[in-house]
Design a protein around this ligand. Structure first.
Ligand code: NAD
Length: 489
């Protein structure tokens, strides 16, 4: 560790590229570079690259922070969570500016939707933990209570897409439950989380209750999840990484939730508003397709294929690729050259496999990171492009002749995170909605989510559920306290 704690200026916003441990900024000797996806020649920061020792120090700080935070009591803790939510709102412009440059998410969407949602996550859990404190009931001559005890330090590991908002939906329930936290943001977009660290002392958290460690997953991430003093691990990312973390969690017998990738079906029936379905399909290209919940497999009734395709092309042509800071932009750059090469690899292998590229299939500009919206008609349902998550602006188009075939296709991958159905028939909405095997299924809409609803995936899309009471239960040690009626006075 060193004490060089310089900050960097990013479009007028001062950002610390260092860890936040025990209420203080701490730097590592080693660093890693973070660049702007919209201009890869632009280095944004050299960020502290944590190692095994950093992880050990952070867990020790979180242990100390845990005893203070968990003993504060619910009322004081919720006051601090509300204070943090207010500070996020106050700093929304700065957070949106940095995240836009860090991962090329659309600035408007960050300002209006994602950063406010981050604040809402803290408010929501501050309310929920008070409203849903204990469950009490009588049975068989006894009084029964379910008590939620804080579990201990929690490690929270997040992916590079929508990093600020995604981290808050994990941090909020962990902190509300009384756990201390160590957040490890993804190395490709670590900077907006660092702004959160600036707000932690001001909100009133005791030192060590809320720590942020920067670095690579295979280094500091792996060290954090292997530390036996950690009592909860909450992860969002790819199934491959989840397998490694799952092994570490199993060794220490630590509960672990995983929100993983998706390959959601977007089903349009012939009785649907076809125009609305096609418009929503074209919307899946936004954020460069880097959305885990996206409906990337378009399943369309055979009889409406031509009309659907004509409307999809119409709406796709209205997209504008450009700088994510500009209001008119709807298509952002890919996060990183390595990720874009991965997306290109999928499309090249699809071509070699005989899958037909209907539109797109190349970059907008050769030396830059924008990829064109791409639609592929696969030769078979077994094609890699249908079965594996691309995490780019690449959709597949398949047709079906019956409702049962639509359901069979929808359920034919190993994933099960989300599904989208377009139909005007209420009975069909209910039938197909129940039959699609996915954690969240939307009918005639997308991405509208009540924060109290469970969120997670079937199959390789995840383990456990977040949202509402589900996340509070996960972050607690649940105790049943049973007292024989009339035995105490
Ligand atoms: P990733 O699995 O490569 O990395 C995620 C995080 O894990 C990063 O912070 C990384 O540093 C860390 N990590 C890597 N190896 C580790 C290890 N051995 N031990 C501990 N931590 C380690 O995923 P990504 O590429 O950052 O994100 C994209 C993936 O995330 C996609 O599959 C996407 O669908 C998924 N995702 C899922 C959701 C959801 O809610 N289900 C939301 C967003 C993204």
């Amino acid at each position: 560790m060193t004490t060089h704690l310089d900050r960097v200026e990013i479009d007028g916003v001062s950002v610390s590229p260092h860890h936040f441990i025990g209420g203080e900024r701490i730097a590592s000797e080693d660093t890693f570079e973070v660049r702007c996806p919209m201009d890869w020649n632009r280095k944004l920061a050299d960020v502290s690259r944590g190692n095994h020792q950093t992880a050990t120090d952070a867990v020790l700080a979180a242990q100390k922070g845990f005893s203070q935070w968990s003993s504060l009591g619910i009322q004081k803790r919720t006051d601090i969570l509300f204070a943090l939510a207010d500070l996020i709102d106050k700093n929304a412009e700065k957070i949106a500016t940095v995240e836009c440059l860090d991962m090329a998410m659309l600035l408007e969407s960050l300002k209006l939707r994602l950063v406010p949602r981050g604040a809402l996550n803290f408010r929501n859990y501050a309310e929920l933990v008070v409203e849903h404190q204990e469950r009490v009931w009588s049975s068989k001559g006894t009084n029964n209570r379910i008590i939620r005890d804080p579990a201990g330090p929690a490690v929270i590991i997040t992916p590079w897409n929508a990093p600020f908002m995604l981290s808050t939906w994990k941090l909020a329930p962990a902190l509300a439950a009384g756990n201390s936290v160590i957040l490890k943001p993804a190395e490709w977009s670590p900077l907006s989380a660092s702004l959160l660290a600036d707000l932690i002392n001001e909100a009133g958290f005791p030192p060590g209750a809320f720590n942020i460690v920067q670095g690579l997953g295979s280094e500091v991430g792996a060290a954090l999840v292997s530390d036996p003093r950690v009592r909860r691990i909450s992860f969002t990312g790819s199934p491959e990484t989840a397998r490694h973390i799952g092994v570490a969690a199993a060794k220490n017998i630590v509960p672990f939730t995983a929100e993983l990738g998706g390959k959601g079906p977007l089903i349009v029936f012939d009785d649907a508003d076809i125009d609305a379905g096609a418009k929503k399909a074209a919307a899946q290209f936004e954020d460069s397709g880097q959305v885990c919940l996206a409906g990337t497999r378009l399943l369309v009734g055979s009889s409406i294929k031509e009309k659907f395709l004509e409307r999809l092309i119409h709406y796709t042509e209205q997209h504008v690729a450009g700088d994510s800071q500009d209001t008119g932009t709807t298509l952002s750059a890919a996060i990183h050259p390595v990720h874009l090469e991965r997306v290109e690899g999928f499309v090249e292998r699809a071509r070699k496999n005989g899958d037909k590229v209907i539109f797109g299939g190349e970059r907008f500009w050769q030396e830059k990171l924008w990829y064109k919206p791409t639609l592929i008609e696969p030769v078979s349902n077994e094609s890699e492009i249908v079965q594996k998550e691309v995490f780019g602006p690449v959709l597949t188009l398949q047709t079906f002749d019956s409702e049962s075939q639509a359901i069979e296709l929808a359920n034919s991958t190993d994933y099960g995170l989300s599904g989208i159905i377009y139909t005007s028939n209420a009975e069909r909405a209910e039938r197909v909605g129940r039959a699609v095997r996915a954690g969240t299924v939307w009918v005639n809409s997308f991405l509208i989510r009540d924060l109290s609803a469970p969120f997670g995936g079937y199959g390789i899309s995840g383990i456990g559920r977040e949202g509402g009471d589900y996340a509070l239960d996960f972050h607690s040690d649940l105790k049943t306290l049973q007292i024989l009626d009339g035995s105490v006075s």
